[in-house]
Design a protein. Structure first.
Length: 365
């Protein structure tokens, strides 16, 4: 299987399966001299790890990161300094229950990649989905933690803005609330609504979709390129690569179809300090594929978790009609733990474009 790498100069290759002994990534292209600690990487991993509330899968993984190469320790014995060589990171799997998947070894779960993987490769890892499992995304979060250190002023934050039909009230948006509830929700008033709603979904053995919004602040202006290397193009590509993502939008996205030209245009003036000042940000911080210096705003829609307790019609590898009921431990709303994954993907895309821009123009933006 090829196509396990993304990025051009900041290149990330992930490896490993859901029920293998470990998974991880190799980050190639990270500049030398970047200072970071394991604790900084681990803090992002802890946001994504399973089992932290009743609203996510109860699989228990500590997701402890080990760095195997690409760094040297400073005199304090804690701070690591990147050497410019590939950074290899490993995350051990410690709570696999492969027996939960024995009944579907030859049955295709509706909505999953079982059928298409078997069709393409002639073999599939039925134990939790193998490479198609969202477990693989732990390595992406580790890579995103490294990316954030390359551009230290870059701030990438994500929030869950919709579960099912229940949307937040944007007038209540408060970033301080995101880490104060199990949903990464910026609207405190929506938390009890989601709690009651997801409890009912979970008790029914069902699942529901969600929408995540990611905002990147302090993005240098001028990143990206026209036509085939647009910043928003690559952000959309990386967000779409996340498991269960079925839609991506930048800025106003699909809502821009309802706006007039006068409403949608981000008018400009010269600020008091002589720099350009945008009066709105419908474009989501990107025009013509190039960053404007405004916050970069992206949203992605995640379908309901396909692993549910309700029997669904399907077929097996021999073409027989079967009924499939998925056992195991699964997220009733996979969108919750997708928040730190989306953050990591946006961070990696921006840093990759930052390094590409520096190589092409020779400027440090």
């Amino acid at each position: 299987m090829s196509h396990n790498t993304f990025g051009h100069l900041f290149r990330v290759t992930t490896w490993g399966e859901s029920h293998g002994p470990a998974l991880g990534c190799v980050v190639d292209g990270c500049p030398p001299g970047i200072r970071l600690t394991l604790g900084e990487i681990q803090s992002w991993m802890d946001k994504r790890k399973p089992g932290q509330s009743r609203f996510v899968t109860q699989r228990r993984e500590d997701d402890i990161v080990k760095i195997l190469s690409g760094v040297m320790f400073d005199d304090d014995g804690e701070t690591m300094i990147t050497t410019g060589t590939p950074i290899s990171m490993l995350i051990e799997n410690t709570d696999q229950r492969s027996k939960d998947y024995g009944e579907i070894a030859r049955r295709y779960r509706p909505g999953h990649a079982d059928f298409t993987y078997d069709l393409k490769y002639g073999i599939r890892d039925y134990r939790g989905g193998g490479r198609s499992s969202a477990r693989e995304t732990a390595a992406r979060v580790a890579a995103g933690a490294v990316a954030r250190k390359v551009l230290p002023d870059l701030v990438v934050r994500g929030a869950l803005v919709q579960i099912g039909k229940h949307k937040i009230n944007r007038e209540n948006w408060d970033w301080a609330q995101v880490d104060q509830n199990p949903f990464f929700c910026p609207d405190q008033q929506m938390v009890p609504v989601w709690e009651e709603y997801l409890d009912s979904i979970r008790r029914a053995g069902s699942s529901i979709g969600a929408v995540v919004e990611v905002v990147a602040d302090n993005v240098p202006a001028g990143l990206g390129a026209p036509i085939y290397s647009k910043l928003d193009q690559d952000i959309a590509s990386l967000l779409m690569s996340i498991n269960a993502v079925k839609g991506v939008e930048i800025g106003e996205g699909f809502a821009s179809a309802e706006l007039s030209g006068e409403e949608n245009a981000d008018e400009m003036r010269t600020g008091n300090d002589g720099t350009p000042l945008f009066l709105s940000n419908h474009a989501g911080g990107i025009l013509g594929g190039i960053s404007t210096g405004q916050p970069v705003v992206a949203r992605f829609a995640i379908k309901p978790t396909s692993s549910i307790l309700t029997e669904r019609q399907s077929i097996d590898a021999d073409g027989n009609n079967v009924e499939v009921r998925t056992k195991g431990r699964h997220d009733p709303c996979v969108g919750i733990r997708a928040v730190p994954i989306g953050e990591a993907m946006v961070a990696c895309a921006i840093v990759d474009h930052y390094l590409r821009d520096r190589g092409q123009t020779g400027r440090l933006r």
